[in-house]
Design a protein around this ligand. Structure first.
Ligand SMILES: Cc1ncc(COP(=O)(O)O)c(C=O)c1O
Length: 401
């Protein structure tokens, strides 16, 4: 089937909850994908950072293949022989005691909300039903009803209520706003160390450390949603590392599944995670053998430090080049191999720039109308990255003309 036929059939038989670029991908390797017509594109989205280690990473694929032939699912009704190594490895990577494995990012965020509330009632002594959690403006934590209930994006939220109470929204980047929102019933502060979907918004220096201090002073859990920012993307294992901040709960997903299967997790110390007992939380697929095998391979790659170093080095080059893009670009933000670029609406929308890049063989995705995001797999070569940036320069030049 040709591109147009794939799109026509797909659109007429699926919900219209996405507006994809008109490209139909059929194969991929490393940082490159190939479409059904045989055209190649440099993938500068990387599955919203799920493909940090590249398409078809040999170590991840080998672990998955070996596991597929042996054992894929047991449910948590029984133990399996991949579980211990995965949870031990992930706990160690995070410097924590315990892991609660789930599948998608939204499930992991929901899990963190549940753990924080239960900790609030059982350890902090909050009165039953009174727990509140401080969250940020412009957050993106997923699509479940609880989560969209505390979104400030009308598109994510409108039409899906009624919503769960117990969340207080404050301005992102203001530690003072966090301090003011906390009261005796606050159990957690939930934030993205860098807000990805909002357009790669980097908070002011010192913000994460200040929030950490405020949480400690007030006996409130610091919950870091590192689903998109974590696992190498910013040049460190976690975006919180940049300020040497250790949250009470890490919320992980996306790249933890190596671009192969959905794997997410909440990681915390026993004094927090210990509040969850048998029957109180779970998932049929969470922590399955295939997920654990893939997750273990991902942890192995991160332990080498090689991917974090690549993100740091290529990221420095990326941001140097982006700073020189010139007219047509209103702002550039980011850290490591991750950037949000605000396009001057006078020269085009983010969508138009993304489509023009696609025609030149570079895949990116727009967000919030005028922003495009760059997040190539961390395995991208410097030459390929440079070529993609040349295409971006050319697209902006054409748009300005
Ligand atoms: C920071 C953050 N949290 C949570 C999620 C939700 O993850 P999932 O789509 O796997 O549910 C995302 C997805 O983009 C995200 O970026």
């Amino acid at each position: 089937m040709k591109t147009e036929e794939h799109i026509r059939l797909g659109e007429s038989h699926s919900a219209h909850n996405y507006h994809p670029l008109p490209v139909v991908i059929s194969a991929a390797e490393g940082a490159w994908v190939t479409d059904v017509e045989g055209r190649r594109y440099l993938d500068c989205l990387a599955g919203y950072s799920s493909l940090n280690f590249g398409h078809g990473n040999p170590a991840i694929l080998a672990a998955a293949r070996e596991q597929l032939d042996r054992l894929t699912l047991t449910s948590r009704a029984f133990y399996h022989d991949r579980f211990a190594a995965f949870v031990t490895g992930l706990a160690e990577l995070c410097g924590k005691d315990m892991v609660l494995p789930m599948n998608t990012g939204a499930e992991a965020v929901e899990t963190a909300v549940k753990v924080a509330r239960k900790w609030g009632y059982e350890v902090k002594g909050v009165a039953p039903g009174q727990a509140n959690i401080v969250v940020m403006e412009d957050n993106f934590h997923g699509r479940t009803t609880t989560i969209v209930g505390f979104s400030t994006d009308p598109e994510s939220r409108d039409g899906f209520g009624p919503f769960a109470p117990g969340f207080r929204v404050v301005k992102y980047g203001s530690a003072e706003a966090v301090r003011e929102a906390i009261d005796e019933n606050t159990v957690a502060v939930l934030l993205e160390p860098i807000q990805g979907e909002a357009g790669v918004l980097v908070p002011p220096d010192g913000y994460l450390a200040a929030v950490r201090e405020i949480c400690t002073e007030n006996n409130v859990l610091f919950v870091a949603d590192e689903i998109q920012s974590g696992l190498g993307r910013t040049g460190d294992t976690f975006a919180c590392d940049h300020e040497r901040v250790v949250p009470d709960l890490y919320v992980l997903g996306k790249a933890l599944g190596g671009g192969v299967v959905p794997v997410s997790a909440v990681v915390a110390n026993a004094d927090v995670m210990g509040v969850i007992g048998p029957g109180q939380h779970g998932s049929t697929f969470g922590g399955n053998p295939l997920a654990c095998a893939v997750g273990e391979a991902v942890i192995g790659l991160l332990k080498t430090g090689e991917y974090q170093a690549r993100a740091r080095e290529l990221g420095a080059f990326l941001h140097e080049r982006l700073a020189g893009l010139g007219p047509g670009v209103v702002a550039v933000r980011g850290r490591g191999l991750w950037a949000g670029i605000d396009i001057d609406p006078a020269i085009g929308t983010g969508r138009q720039i993304s489509e023009a890049l696609m025609r030149r063989g570079v895949l990116v995705k727009d967000t919030h109308g005028s922003t495009i995001r760059l997040a190539p797999p961390l395995v991208v070569s410097r030459d390929d990255l440079e070529w993609a940036l040349d295409q971006l320069s050319a697209v902006l030049r054409e748009a300005r003309a």
